[in-house]
Design a protein around this ligand. Sequence first.
Ligand code: ZN
Length: 177
Amino acid sequence: MSTPDKPRRQFLETSVALGVGSVLASSATSASTAASLEPRDEFTYEVVRSEEEWRGMFDEDTYKILREGDTEWPKSSEWWDDYRDGHFACRGCNLINYESTWRANVKKGWVFFSQSVPNTLLMSIDGITPDGMADDKAGASTEVHCRRCGSHMGHILKVNNKVLHCINGKALDFTPA
Ligand SMILES: [Zn+2]
């Protein structure tokens, strides 16, 4: 089991090396995207904002998580230990990505889900150096982004022998049922 290192800077390098189009459409729980990792320059997110607009929407921590691939400190979000019924939406565009019924009871300080709402996420590979080889130090892992606005939400990790979405609470807005 590995938890995300903080701060995580690999996302920026990966983005520069492969272009935004390298983020792949994927089923919500698939962790196998490496085989078809091809730049697709024509890709455009449904929600596009300027750098200035993104910065104006969030505090510094949230901006770094959503737009620079950072990982929040464990137990630093409002939701990590809040198990009320409701749904979770991307803080960047309000697309509902997760439902509370899929919460996994993992007390490691982030928000864990067993699955996502279909067709709401994109996956990319974190920890890849510009020459395309996985960075041994960081290790390659699957990174989760919002399908509509591209914001970084977290990672897919194996926790207690289950593959889970480990999501930054600060990337999510929660609406109680
Ligand atoms: Zn979004």
